[in-house]
Design a protein around this ligand. Structure first.
Ligand SMILES: Nc1ncnc2c1ncn2[C@@H]1O[C@H](COP(=O)(O)OP(=O)(O)OP(=O)(O)O)[C@@H](O)[C@H]1O
Length: 747
């Protein structure tokens, strides 16, 4: 007798056969396209496009290999509908859907139907698979009369709990099989406007943000694949943690970046004092940058003497000031106003030279000659460069940060101590807070695109030469029959080169990463509460359409430059035209641990409600007092590592080296230091580094020091307490913070 599993196995096997067929087909077409000898440039670009298309299809088919089909809906009046990671159609007959993409409207009842509101669904089935084998099914009968109702608003309870209880791997996985109704609403919310998703720790904000990216790309493919989707995360470790989710949903074209990467060509990761980041994150830094630019527009105290045609010409203060005023009145950015300044200076020098020669004997043409010669003169150019230098954003900021005098001019309102925080040695590298400033500087300076223009001109020349070569060959071939219209007759080398150039086969994400002026179709910001006002300014420049999703928790704000009110972030850009949605269920932290986090939340005095934990484990968190913090933490980490799953040792910044070294000697393959490898069994991290991450077991070291380390220390403690999916232990030498006093002492 065939069981339900056998029935589903048969169907699932058929789906995999179809997937294999599609894969073989794409493989064959790709090989064909690659083997094709292109006889013309047009054919070549077509071939490139085809190659890119088939490669992308192949990548997608491979990425959905695991868990291809995970659900089935049976309707009261219709046959079954299978739900999976992508849509598959029957190639024969009338292209009947064999598998419904989870993002299609027809798949929605899988996530929304409840016994109270079944949407025509009689039964929802979760299909569990391991590779291509069906290992089990979980059914829910959505019929109030005969079936059970959903539990606490949770759908697919068995599948959900099994996902939540699974041991963690150090890589986030997708939740496509068990998306909950409140999450589904957000994921499928419209593309336009600003959507804010506020939710406590573990409510699935990151998961929702990524599934939303996949949904938007599916639903608005045409628009978004051209302009691209940008996802901003707090740091590289986090981006690596979430990096697999979108590919597992078949989407590879989304650009994941940190704020430190927003300025193309710079990867800003240098650590700096939080107060320095705070200063750089405030909007009044724009005025400081303006002053820094103006400081480079020099009016000499002593007249500058130039030798031209063996005679002296003099540039005095008033002449330079008049030229500078004229340039500034143009309201152009510094580099773009420079030619105006240079022309004024040259004109003033030309007048001097004309007076010397006897102006009455000179004609306008002679004057123009003098101006041209002066403009070409090395000494004159050098003087102009000294008085109004051509500046790149990097030079401007590097010169500023390495000079106490320049800092004093740019930041007159800061104290000496504050300015000292900004001072750095030459070649010290950029911090994440510098990236928005580099971008702002680029706005103030205007593009110095000489290099880019020269490169583009060279490329164009190459392309033209290449096109000419192609046309010559074609013409040679076509010489045989003069009556046939040749490519040469239709197009010249220049146009052919242009056409080749227009076809840029990089993905939108790749092009966007390299282009400061790129604007995205949609921007998603995770841990959005942490971004500074300056970071928002750059992001808003990158997203003039204001099609944005902000995901975060204003109770977890740790960065001093971050925000604790959504209206403060958005007010300057969209006033009150933004939609607030909330996530209320905690999928990560078991009730036993969440209880302590709730205490901290109350102490924080916010009006935010704690998210409701969806499960209990029966395991109580514990605390152990010790006089040797590092050794005890290391010993306990070693013990914890014998249980299944991952272990994080979370430490205040001040103890990271000491505890890291002790843990490393007790557990040699533990990950410590910057950018720890999260797939390691044990990792030592500061609380800040652990933001957004989760582990099966968490050992928190010296919570009192976490609280004391920053004005937002209590927020940091809240983050630390909410990282565990199973177990939490606290190791401390000092008194516990009040919210943790009730924690049981370790037996
Ligand atoms: N519907 C769901 N089905 C299965 N797992 C889920 C679901 N929603 C959330 N989770 C899981 O809960 C955990 C927490 O999710 P996530 O990291 O997205 O939360 P968060 O709100 O971003 O947390 P934080 O504020 O701490 O960054 C993850 O393991 C995620 O996979």
């Amino acid at each position: 007798m065939s069981t339900e599993i056998d029935v589903e196995q048969e169907y699932v096997s058929m789906l995999y056969a179809r997937l294999d067929g599609l894969r073989a087909d794409a493989d064959r077409r790709l090989a064909q396209a690659l083997a094709e000898k292109s006889s013309s440039t047009t054919a070549m670009t077509e071939r490139d496009a085809e190659t890119a298309h088939h490669s992308a299809a192949l990548a997608q088919y491979s990425s959905v290999e695991n868990g291809l089909c995970f659900g089935r809906l049976d309707f009261t009046d219709a046959g079954p509908r299978y739900i999976g990671r992508i849509g598959l159609y029957d190639e024969r007959g009338d292209y009947e859907p064999l598998l419904m993409d989870w993002r299609a409207p027809a798949a929605r009842p899988f996530y929304l139907a409840t016994a109270a509101n079944p949407e025509g669904v009689r039964r929802r089935r979760h299909i569990r698979t391991s590779r291509r084998r069906v290992t089990g099914v979980d059914d829910e009968v959505l019929d109030l009369a005969t079936g059970k109702d959903v539990h606490d608003g949770v759908t697919g309870e068995a599948a959900l709990l099994s996902a939540l209880n699974a041991t963690r791997t150090g890589r986030m996985s997708d939740i496509v099989e068990t998306i909950q109704a409140e999450q589904d609403d957000i994921i499928r919310s419209g593309l336009t406007g600003v959507l804010v998703v506020q939710g406590g720790p573990g409510t699935g904000k990151t998961a929702v943000a990524l599934h939303r990216a996949a949904y938007l790309l599916y639903t608005h493919r045409e628009k978004l694949s051209r302009r691209g989707v940008l996802v901003i995360g707090p740091n590289q470790t986090f981006l690596k943690y979430i990096g697999q989710v979108l590919p597992s949903l078949g989407e590879t074209g989304v650009l994941l970046q940190t704020v430190g990467e927003l300025y193309p060509g710079v990867r800003a990761t240098r650590a700096e004092h939080p107060r320095a980041a705070l200063i750089k994150g405030r909007l009044d830094v724009i005025d400081a940058l303006k002053r820094a630019v103006r400081d480079r527009q020099v009016v000499p105290e002593e007249p500058v003497v130039l030798i031209f045609e063996r005679e002296e010409l003099v540039l005095d203060g008033p002449t330079v000031r008049a030229a500078a005023d004229r340039a500034r009145r143009s309201r152009k950015p510094h580099n773009e106003a420079r030619p105006i300044f240079a022309a004024e200076v040259v004109a003033a020098l030309a007048r001097q030279e004309a007076d010397r020669l006897g102006a009455e004997f000179l004609e306008e043409g002679d004057l123009a000659d003098i101006r041209r010669e002066l403009a070409d003169d090395d000494d004159v150019q050098e003087a102009i460069e000294r008085l109004w230098p051509q500046l790149t954003p990097r030079h401007l900021l590097a010169d500023l940060y390495t000079s106490a005098e320049r800092l004093a001019v740019a930041f007159p309102d800061l104290t000496d101590d504050e300015r000292a925080l900004l001072l750095r040695a030459p070649g010290d590298g950029w911090s994440p807070a510098d990236a928005p400033l580099l971008d702002e500087a680029a706005e103030l300076l205007g593009v110095d695109d000489r290099l880019a223009r020269a490169r583009r001109a060279a490329e164009e020349r190459d392309a033209r030469d290449y096109a000419q070569g192609v046309l010559d060959i074609l013409q040679m071939q076509d010489d045989a029959d003069p009556d046939i219209l040749t490519a040469y007759d239709l197009i010249d080398a220049h146009r052919l080169a242009q056409r080749t150039e227009e076809e840029d086969h990089r993905t939108a994400a790749e092009r966007a990463a390299a282009d400061r002026s790129w604007t995205f179709g949609h921007v998603i910001v995770d841990e959005a509460q942490e971004l500074s006002a300056m970071a928002w300014r750059v992001l808003m420049r990158r997203c003039p359409s204001r099609s944005l999703t902000l995901v975060g928790d204003v109770a977890q704000t740790g960065d001093l430059a971050g925000s604790t009110r959504w209206e403060d972030i958005l007010g300057p850009y969209v006033e009150d035209r933004w939609r607030l949605t909330e996530l209320t269920v905690n999928y990560r932290t078991p009730a036993e641990i969440a209880e302590f986090a709730t205490e901290v939340l109350a102490e924080l005095g916010t009006s935010l409600a704690p998210p409701a934990p969806v499960r209990e484990t029966g395991v109580l968190p514990w605390a152990q007092r010790t006089t040797s913090l590092a050794e005890t933490a290391a010993q306990l980490a070693k013990e914890e590592a014998t249980a299944p799953g991952t272990v994080a040792v979370l430490v205040p910044e001040s103890l990271v080296d000491e505890v890291g070294a002790a843990v490393k000697s007790a557990v040699p393959d533990a990950a410590v230091g910057e950018h720890p490898e999260l797939e390691s069994k044990v990792a030592v991290l500061t609380v800040r580094e652990a933001k957004g991450l989760e582990f099966d077991s968490v050992l928190l070291v010296e919570p009192a020091a976490v609280v004391a380390a920053s004005p937002r220390g209590l927020n940091d403690l809240y983050v630390a307490l909410t990282r565990a999916t199973q177990r939490l232990g606290v190791v401390h030498a000092e008194e516990l913070p009040p919210a943790l006093r009730a924690m049981a002492a370790r037996a």
